[in-house]
Structures are given as structure tokens and as C-alpha cells.
Design a protein around this ligand. Structure first.
Ligand SMILES: NC(=O)C1=CN([C@@H]2O[C@H](COP(=O)(O)OP(=O)(O)OC[C@H]3O[C@@H](n4cnc5c(N)ncnc54)[C@H](O)[C@@H]3O)[C@@H](O)[C@H]2O)C=CC1
Ligand SMILES: O=C(O)[C@H]1O[C@H](OP(=O)(O)OP(=O)(O)OC[C@H]2O[C@@H](n3ccc(=O)[nH]c3=O)[C@H](O)[C@@H]2O)[C@H](O)[C@@H](O)[C@@H]1O
Length: 457
């Protein structure tokens, strides 16, 4: 099939490469000339395992261009995979989606499917269908499909090729037939529904994951108070198939370009219809507080950060990606700088973003050893394999004080202590002194939760 895809980001580029791999003829369009130039030179502008080789292998069926008119003119299927970032009030900015729709309306010369892969508020597909019917060429029939994407960064290629389901929100038999033809080579199960339900499935899925993470993070906080171990608890509850093991890793909260944005967007969508989504509000609130836990834990040991040398391991919002959008690490780096710390950052994929964002205000380090040498404290924000495999004794030998505050529970606390570290992690048994301080923090959190509850009512 002849396909055009608007947007060569994580979703657009991975989708394009996978569709080409299944034999389709795909043209990728982007307004970012630099991205297209790099792609045409064989350079993949994002870090996503397996994507380079997939693109290379399917070179003959993949084209990259800024010439959207030519790409949309004759395409049978036009996919929209542009960004839908959050606005300050939590709602979604749809300018790029409308920008793409306007170009499609002006360019398409044959009947085609316009497939919205971007995550968009419920009702956007219906509005798009009306817009294209009114603004496209009269002889062209557009079918608008909602086909939300569920890939995760870092495993995007595998997630696309082996997705648990493909969701199709359609309003015509033709649209369903063409979409099933498009995805036939993937041999995956379908959920076929109307457009609004498909759009809602995407938000409900992402926000359920956010709820699960905030829940386990709160249980971890209680574990610290009562002397229980969150990892045993997560395993114990996760073995119940009704709960499931995944997304029960306690830590410094969820980041990334999607869970935070989509939780806010769903809350704001419901609010715009007069409904207060209290569970979602709670998940957002818990996540915001969880983000600062590591600094609070470190303060108990070293007081403030003024003139302290601080190592930060991991800047990406999770391992396997160079993406730093809404990364808890970045928010913490910013705060550490403002509190007068000398910040040394290591990350195997995201250092470029770190140096662009913070410039000379941080020292970017090529190795973990370089980052921790002489440090008063080391924070772990991302569980990169190199961190998991790092020799614990090196913290002791290289750091000024071997205080390791681990936001991703990378190490066994007993092994860390045996290696001579002062080791803090999330939701695992802590000493008596810490317990008392955390109780005080908890009292404060309860007070602020009551405040937020009042605001919601
Ligand atoms: N990143 C992820 O893991 C996932 C993202 N999503 C959703 O997919 C959408 C895209 O996300 P990402 O791929 O992360 O975005 P991204 O920000 O990485 O890429 C978007 C691309 O669209 C381009 N663009 C903007 N306007 C354009 C236009 N009129 N024509 C052509 N290109 C245009 C931008 O230059 C950019 O390269 C968002 O709605 C997101 O919520 C859904 C599932 C997973
Ligand atoms: O809509 C999207 O963009 C995507 O958002 C998430 O994917 P992604 O943002 O790539 O990353 P996740 O693996 O979901 O992780 C998100 C954040 O949650 C954190 N997390 C995840 C799992 C866990 O158990 N604990 C935890 O703190 C991660 O560290 C990370 O910061 C969803 O998992 C995808 O299904 C969805 O398609």
C-alpha cells in the first residue's frame, strides 16, 4: 500500500519502518528540515534500539521528505503522528494535528484514509472528519480513523511488531477493511470500535499505568513507615493475575512525554465536561511529590547542597531512550543547581539534551566513574544496565562520601551496605532515625492532600 506519514518522531518513524518492513511503500514527511536531512543521510535522529537497522534494511520502501503535498497527493493512507504536547492548563495543544490536516485537505487528490495515530482528545477525529469533508477537494472522499499507538520508548520496534492489540476507531466498512489490509502482515488481534471510544482507550490505558505507578509509590512510602519491603510487596501482589506484575516498580515517579501529559489531558477533558476525575488527580499529585523524594532523603544525611559535589546517574526518563521530556532527573538537576550544588551528570544516551538544556551549569561525564569521583552524594534516576552492573565497591573508593540515593532500587540494600555504602532506596526497610523523619514528611503530605481535595470539591 502507498502510505504517507506526517511526523518522523518516535511514533512516526517507528511506524514507518515497521510498515515498510511488512512490504508497504512509505513516505515520511516532517516540517523539521534538519531531521529529514539527517534521515536522508542515513542518520536516525532519535535513539531507539533496533530502529537504525530496520530503516537500513527497508531503504527501498522508505522515503523522507519535507514535500508534504507530493507525499499526500496520491497516498491511499495518510497517518498523522505529530506531537500533541501539553498546554500550561493541562489541555492538549493540537496545532500540529490541525497543521497536518490543513495540508492534507489541500493536497489529497484521491480517496484516502486519514489515520490519527497521535494521542488526541476524544472528539478530535470527528472534528477532523468534518473539517476534511468541508475543506478537501469535493471529488475526494476522506475516511478518518482513530488508530492510537501504544508503543513504549526503548522497546518501540518490538512493541509495534508484536503489539497485544491494534485499536481501530472507524465509522465506515471501507475504513475497517483498508485498515485491516494495512495491518494484515502483522497478524495481530484487533479491537474495532467507533472513533470516540478508540480515542478514549488510549487515554484510559496510559492513565491506568500512571495510576498503577502512583499507587505502588504510595505503598512504598508506607512500607518505609512500617518497615516493609516494597519489592516483596510488589511481587506478592503482582503474582495475582488480576493485578499483574508490570508497572509495579516503585521509584521517583513516572516521566516521559506521555504519562504525565495524558493524565493531565484526561483530567482536563473530564473537567471540561464538569466531571472531577479524583483518582487521576491523586495519581498526578502523588507523582509530583514522589519526584522530590531523593533530595529529601539526601538532605537527611548532608543537610543542604550548597557547594556539594553531586553525581547524577541517568537523565533520560527511563533506560533505552535519549528522551528527557518530563524526566524526574532533569527537574532534580535544575533544583540542585539552584541550591548551589556542583552537578556532574552521566547518561549513555541523553547527555546531548542535558548539555543543551543546562550548558556550563553542569558537568557532563562520559563514564560513571568520572561522574562519581569525589562526589558527596550520588543520585540514581535511571536504571541503565551500566548502573545495574556497576561494581558497588567503586562508589566507596571513588566518592568523597559513599552516599548513594537510589531512585530505581537498582541494588540489594544488604550488598550495598556490605560494600561500605550509605545506601538509600525507595520503599525498603530503613533505620529508626529515618523512620521518624519520614513520618513527619507524611504528615505534611496528608495535610497537603486534604488541601488538594478541598480544591477539587
Ligand atoms: N513517544 C511515544 O512513545 C508515544 C507517543 N504517542 C503519541 O504520538 C504522538 C507523537 O509523539 P512523538 O512521536 O513522541 O512526537 P515527536 O515530538 O517525537 O515527533 C513529532 C514530529 O512531528 C513533526 N511535525 C510537526 N508538525 C508537522 C506537520 N504539520 N507535518 C509533518 N510533521 C510535523 C515534528 O517536527 C516532529 O518531528 C503524540 O501525540 C504522542 O502523545 C503515542 C504513543 C507512544
Ligand atoms: O503514549 C505513550 O507515549 C506511551 O507511554 C508509555 O510509554 P513510555 O512513556 O515510553 O514509558 P513507560 O515504560 O510507560 O514508562 C513511563 C515512566 O514510568 C516509569 N515507571 C514505569 C514502570 C514502573 O513500574 N515504574 C515506573 O516508575 C518509568 O521509569 C518512566 O519514567 C506507555 O507505557 C505506552 O504504552 C504508551 O504508548
Amino acid at each position: 500500500m502507498k502510505i504517507a506519514i506526517a511526523g518522523t518522531g518516535y511514533v512516526g518513524l517507528v511506524t514507518a519502518a515497521c510498515l515498510a518492513d511488512k512490504g508497504h511503500d512509505v513516505t515520511c514527511v516532517d516540517v523539521n528540515e534538519e531531521k529529514i536531512r539527517l534521515l536522508n543521510e542515513g542518520i536516525v535522529p532519535i535513539y531507539e534500539p533496533g530502529l537504525d537497522s530496520l530503516i537500513q534494511r527497508n531503504g527501498v520502501r522508505l522515503r523522507f521528505t519535507t514535500n508534504d503535498v507530493e507525499a499526500y497527493q496520491r497516498a491511499e493512507v495518510i497517518m498523522i503522528a505529530v506531537g500533541t504536547p501539553p498546554q500550561p492548563d493541562g489541555s492538549v495543544r493540537l496545532d500540529d494535528v490541525w497543521g497536518a490536516l490543513r495540508r492534507i485537505a489541500g493536497a489529497a487528490e484521491r480517496d484516502c484514509l486519514v489515520v490519527i495515530k497521535s494521542t488526541v482528545p476524544v472528539g478530535t477525529g470527528d472534528e477532523a472528519a468534518r473539517f476534511l469533508a468541508e475543506n478537501g477537494r469535493p471529488e475526494v472522499k476522506f475516511d478518518v480513523v482513530s488508530n492510537p499507538e501504544f508503543l513504549s520508548q526503548g522497546t518501540a520496534v518490538r512493541d509495534t511488531l508484536q503489539a497485544p492489540r491494534i485499536v481501530l476507531g472507524v465509522d465506515s466498512d471501507r475504513a475497517e477493511r483498508v485498515m485491516k489490509e494495512l495491518y494484515a502482515p502483522f497478524a495481530l488481534p484487533y479491537v474495532v470500535t467507533d472513533r470516540r471510544s478508540a480515542e478514549m482507550i488510549k487515554y484510559a490505558a496510559n492513565v491506568f499505568l500512571a495510576l498503577k505507578i502512583s499507587y505502588i509509590n504510595e505503598i512504598a512510602n508506607v512500607c518505609e513507615l512500617v518497615g516493609a519491603d516494597i519489592q516483596a510487596v510488589a511481587e506478592g501482589i503482582g503474582m495475582d493475575p488480576r493485578i499483574g506484575r508490570r508497572f509495579l516498580r516503585a521509584g521517583v515517579g513516572y516521566g516521559g512525554s506521555c504519562l504525565p501529559k495524558d493524565a493531565n489531558a484526561l483530567y482536563s477533558l473530564a473537567a471540561s465536561h464538569g466531571y472531577s476525575l479524583k483518582t487521576v488527580w491523586a495519581a498526578i499529585d502523588v507523582n509530583e511529590k514522589q519526584k522530590w523524594k531523593l533530595l529529601d532523603k539526601a538532605r537527611l544525611h548532608i543537610g543542604d547542597f550548597r557547594n556539594r559535589t553531586v553525581a547524577v546517574l541517568g537523565a533520560a526518563f527511563k533506560p533505552g531512550t535519549d528522551d528527557v521530556r518530563e524526566s524526574p532527573a532533569l527537574a532534580n538537576i535544575e533544583r540542585l543547581i539552584s541550591e548551589g550544588a556542583v552537578v556532574r551528570v552521566w547518561d549513555p544516551a541523553a547527555l546531548g539534551h542535558v548539555s543543551r538544556r543546562f550548558g556550563d551549569a553542569v558537568v557532563c561525564c562520559e563514564t560513571i566513574e568520572e561522574a562519581i569521583r569525589g562526589a558527596d552524594v550520588c543520585f540514581i534516576f535511571t536504571e541503565w544496565p551500566a548502573v545495574l552492573q556497576f561494581d558497588l565497591h567503586c562508589y566507596k573508593t571513588l566518592m568523597k562520601t559513599p552516599l548513594v540515593v537510589d531512585g530505581r532500587n537498582c541494588y540489594d540494600p544488604k550488598a550495598a551496605e556490605a560494600a561500605g555504602l550509605i545506601y538509600e532506596s525507595i520503599g525498603r526497610p530503613v533505620g529508626h532515625r529515618q523512620l521518624k523523619v519520614d513520618r513527619a514528611v507524611d504528615v505534611l503530605q496528608c495535610a497537603s492532600a486534604a488541601f488538594f481535595r478541598k480544591q477539587c470539591e
